[in-house]
Ligand binder design. Sequence first.
Ligand code: SP5
Ligand code: ZN
Length: 371
Amino acid sequence: MTAPGITGLPAVWSEDCLRHDPAGEVWLGVWEPGTEVPERARVLLEALTQAGASVTGARRHDPDALLAVHDDELVDHLATIWAQWEAGGYERDYGRRRVVPYVFPTPGLLGGLPLRSPAATHGRAGRFCYDTMTLVGPGSWEAIRAAADAALTAADLVAAGQRVAYALCRPPGHHTTKSAYGGSCYLNNAAIAAAALRRAGAERVAVIDIDAHHGNGTQAIFYDRPDVYYGSLHVDPGAGWFPHYAGYADERGRGAGTGANRNLPLAPGTSDDDWLAAVDMLVNEVRGRGTDVVVVSLGVDAAAADPESPLQVSPAGYRRAGELIGPLGPVVAVQEGGYDLPSLGGLVVATLGGIVTGARDAGAATTSPWP
Ligand code: SP5
Ligand code: ZN
C-alpha cells in the first residue's frame, strides 16, 4: 500500500512560534526539562515540507477573533506579564527566569469575593493560570499570538473553499478556557478557529479532539452552546491523568448545549483497535448531528512512543483516524500536543494524509458547503 500524500496541502506557520521557550516546567515543586519545546515546531515544519505540504505564512488577525472565546483580561495578561516580570527585576535580581505562579485564586479561596488584580506582579502571576507547568518568558506572547493567527489563517482558507488546511500551532491551546490557561497552553487555537468559522457563516461546527489529553479548555468554552459540538477521546482522567478535573464521560454539556459534548475516556494502555473504535463513535455522532465544518485538535501524544501519555496508538492508527474524520466535511486541523521528537512529524503527516484520503474517497466537494 502506498501512503497517500499531502502534496499541496496548506500548512500555515509562523516563525514566531519558535520564540516561546518555557525553559522547562515546574512539576510537583521541581523544575524539570519540559517536553513542549521549540524543537517540536522545527521537526513538524521539516516533516511537512518533506511531505510536500504548501507552507503558508500565518496572517495577523484582529484581536476580535481572540476575544470571541477569551476574556480580554486573559489576553492582556498574556501579552504583558513578561514585561512586568522583567521590569520588576524578578529575573535580574532574584534569578526567576520565567513567570511561575505561586498563588491561585481558586473558588475555595475567593468564596464568592470578586477576583481582584493583585498589586504584586508575583501575586498577579497566578490570576489566570491554573498550574505551575505553563511558564511565560521573553517571546512567549509573540508565539502565542502567532499560533492563534495560524489557526485563524487555516480557518480562513477553509472558509474560502479549501477542503483541508493545517495550522502548525505552537504553543498548543486546548487546555485553555475562556479565562484560565494551563497544560502548556495559552490561547485556545482550536476554539478560536471554531468561533471564526461560525462568524464566517458555518452554522454548525464540530471539534474532534484526538490529543491524548482531554481538551478541558475547548469543552468549557463551548459547554453551553449547541452550535459548536466538542468530542474528545483521551486517557481517562479518572485513572489519574491530566487534566484531572475534567474529561469524564458524564460531562455532556449544559443548558442549550446539553448533548453537544462527548467525552470518551480510555484506559491507560489503550491501543489502535479500541482507540479507533472511539474515533469512529465520535465521527458517527457528528455525522448524525450534521456539521458544516470540522476542527480537529490534532495532538499526536496518544502515540506509543510519547512520553506524556500511556496510550499506545501507532502511526497506522493515526492515519486511520484521519480517514474516518476526512469524509465528515471541510477540516481545519490544529496542532495540539505530541512530544516524541523522532516520531512527531511522521504521525502528523500520517494523520493529515488520512484526512485528505478520507475526504477524497468520500468525493467531498472542494467548495465550502455553507452559505
Ligand atoms: C497540549 C498538551 O498535550 N498538554 C499536555 C499537558 C500535560 N502535561 C502533564 C504533565 C505531567 C507531568 N509531566 C512530566 C514531564 C516531566 N518534565
Ligand atoms: Zn496532550
